[in-house]
Design a protein around this ligand. Structure first.
Ligand code: PRX
Length: 635
């Protein structure tokens, strides 16, 4: 069916129009022809954004693991499903075929059952990027337990908050994890977290680093012996379309993390369809997303999207800098990766190392490059395009969120002409709207506003676990009858979207709306600048003024700082105008970042505003130590 796999721009517009005019017919056709259902739906869609309530494929029954695994067995049983690349490049990669994945998921599912886990129970998974993580996640789905994967870089406090919020029954973890040349005592973190989690009576521990760890009698059990004894047969639980598949926490701008709830059928259909088109996956391609399964990118585009398509998906345990900064490219060469999906922060870190480490490897297998998680600045886009893609592999700048479940705005490679820093066109079925301050929709092109979505899509989160009111307040209250993304965006003269960043990152200076991303682009163009972040701080006359935190490349550090400040402001003046000049520029060795690589602007804003009384919990940052360093040198 041609609608399933779009091959040229005209076809995109045609299919897009159909998806908007007849959304129910459109999604029904996709769902009919490409998935395995135990029972078909009674109604494709019912929705009411004022409640908000959204149901896709109501009345249908299915199990997502039958779609990810069982139905591929007759034709792809011996094909590699998961290609595990360990932290140490000298250890062999592991090829897990669809047949093996079937057996291992079923064994794990039977172990969970033997621990008393049943449909609807919450299971916390706190594991490094090893096969057990993928298998545990799928095993939950097999028996209808709701997985809550917590990124294994989170602290004990962050872990216990998440376990308690969704009242998990069991924790699955490992004795430790490898991270480059270091090991991390994961089990120690779990032990500490569980001191404040009275609900957890059972912990399953995978052996990974073979260290001596404390095993709490009556609570902790080694996983491997249980798996070995378990049967490879486990009937897939019958799930209703709207039964929760997983909870995934995302941090809000205020308050405790939000447990976004994703349900089964719509999530499956949308992640599968986006994966197929946005990565142009072809049978026998090797696809690699460098995210961690602990994030939505890993859920949707390491596991569910690729596996529903019968793809080979790489699972990488390590880090881009170990044993050196060439590791990503070494893996691309070694496994002949065809689609490579990563984050701008990684691209910038690698670009800083110079091109020699890229040129050392044969990257000719690459066909499509992806970017996700934050706006990709122009310099990083070109570096990626020139040095990794050799100007032959289109970059798909994919905009989406934990809440959206799947990619919402993105080029389709070889279909949509790309444009640096633009996520380009809405994906099929997605109806964006840009809103002005007064709540009016901005029609036409060349407009700039707040990004909303005005019609439901299949993979949208349905609620916040235990707090539907917060879900309504956060996403459906700013604009009537619309989902508010919290992002700003502009639509250019041809209808392409450029995400300008979180709305709270937009700074109004002397009555002018300035997005931080384009100013940072300008600053980053300076040859001595490695990275920058710009925030607003209160100013007597202008209302707000701009404060820049700038990381210099090695050679820049020896330069006269006042001259550098002048040069940077000159670049901004040239690229945007004098209004965007920075009042203060602080040179720093690092920027506080979340574990997913996002700059914590809230902290930077507070420091720039000299308001450091309540910085919040900085312990979950990637680099908490830079906060003090920045405070000590604030201007
Ligand atoms: O601000 C947008 C930014 O990341 C936010 C969502 O973050 P999270 O829920 O952690 O999910 C990240 C992975 C999907 C968005 O509100 N963002 C994500 N992708 C892009 C982006 N900003 C610009 N361009 C993108 N491609």
């Amino acid at each position: 069916m041609s609608n399933y796999h779009i091959k040229h721009l005209e076809e995109y517009y045609q299919v897009y129009r159909k998806s908007v005019r007849e959304p129910e017919n459109f999604w029904e056709e996709i769902a009919e022809e490409h998935f395995m259902w135990q029972k078909k739906w009674d109604k494709v869609l019912s929705w009411d954004f004022s409640k908000p309530e959204v149901k896709w494929f109501g009345g249908a029954q299915l199990n997502i693991t039958e779609n990810c695994i069982d139905r591929h067995l007759p034709t792809r049983g011996d094909k590699t499903a998961i290609l595990f690349e360990p932290n140490n490049p000298n250890d062999p990669a592991e090829h897990i075929t669809y047949n093996q994945l079937h057996d291992r998921v079923n064994q794990f599912a039977n172990v969970l059952k033997s621990q008393g886990i049943t449909k609807g129970d919450r299971v916390c998974i706190y594991l490094p990027m090893i096969p057990e993580l993928a298998i545990a996640t799928l095993a939950c789905a097999r028996i209808g337990a709701i997985h809550s994967v917590v990124f294994a870089g989170f602290s004990a406090t962050a872990l216990s908050t998440r376990i308690n919020d969704s009242d998990c029954k069991i924790v699955i973890t490992s004795d430790g994890s490898y991270r480059g040349s270091k090991t991390i005592d994961l089990k120690g973190i779990v032990d500490e977290a569980l001191e404040s989690c009275p609900g957890i009576k059972n912990v399953l521990v995978a052996k990974r680093i073979n260290t001596d760890i404390h095993m709490e009698a009556g609570r902790d059990q080694w996983l491997q012996p249980l798996l070995e004894e378990a049967s490879t047969v486990c009937k897939a639980e019958v799930m209703n379309a709207e039964d929760p598949l997983f909870i995934l926490y995302t941090s809000g701008s205020t308050g405790k993390p939000k447990g976004m709830v994703h349900t089964t059928a719509g999530y499956m259909v949308y992640t599968a369809y986006t994966f197929k088109n946005i990565f142009q996956y072809k049978e026998n391609d090797v696809y690699w997303c460098t995210a961690d399964i602990g994030w939505i990118t890993g859920h949707s585009y390491i596991l569910y999207g690729p596996l529903t398509n019968g793809a080979t998906t790489v699972l990488f345990e390590g880090v881009p800098s170990y044993p050196d900064f060439g590791r990503f490219w070494e893996i691309v060469e070694k496994h002949k990766v065809n689609q490579f999906y990563t984050a701008p922060t990684a691209i910038r870190a690698l670009a800083k190392q110079g091109v020699e480490l890229v040129e050392k490897y044969d990257l000719s297998s690459l066909k499509v490059l992806g970017s996700v998680g934050e706006p990709i600045n122009e310099e990083a886009w070109h570096w990626y395009n020139d040095n990794v893609g050799k100007k032959k592999s289109p970059i798909v700048d994919t905009w989406w969120q934990t809440e959206t479940g799947g990619i919402m705005i993105s080029p389709i490679p070889f279909v949509t002409p790309t444009k640096p820093t633009y996520a380009t066109l809405p994906f099929i079925g997605i109806q964006p709207a840009l809103m002005d301050e007064e709540g009016q929709e901005l029609k036409g092109n060349q407009v700039d506003g707040r990004l909303c979505i005005k019609f439901p899509w299949p993979s949208m989160a349905r609620t916040i676990w235990g707090n539907h009111q917060r879900y309504k307040d956060t996403y459906f209250s700013a604009y009537e009858n619309k989902y508010f993304t919290g992002d700003g965006a502009l639509r250019d003269e041809v209808g392409y979207y450029r995400i300008t960043g979180r709305v709270d990152d937009v700074i109004i200076v002397s009555g002018h709306n300035l997005g931080t991303a384009p100013i940072e682009d300008a600053v980053n163009e300076h040859p001595a600048v490695a990275e920058s972040a710009i925030v607003g701080f209160p100013h007597d006359i202008k209302g707000n003024a701009l404060y820049g935190y700038v990381i210099l490349k090695d050679f820049g550090e020896t330069r006269d700082h006042n001259n550098l400040r002048k040069e940077i402001n000159q670049m901004i003046t040239e690229s945007i105008g004098p209004i965007a000049k920075l009042d203060k520029i602080q040179f720093t060795v690092g920027l506080p970042k979340t574990r997913s690589g996002k700059i914590m602007r809230r902290i930077l804003r507070k420091i720039a505003s000299k308001d450091t009384s309540n910085l919040g919990d900085t312990s979950t940052l990637l680099n908490p130590e830079v906060v003090q360093e920045i405070m000590d040198n604030v201007l």
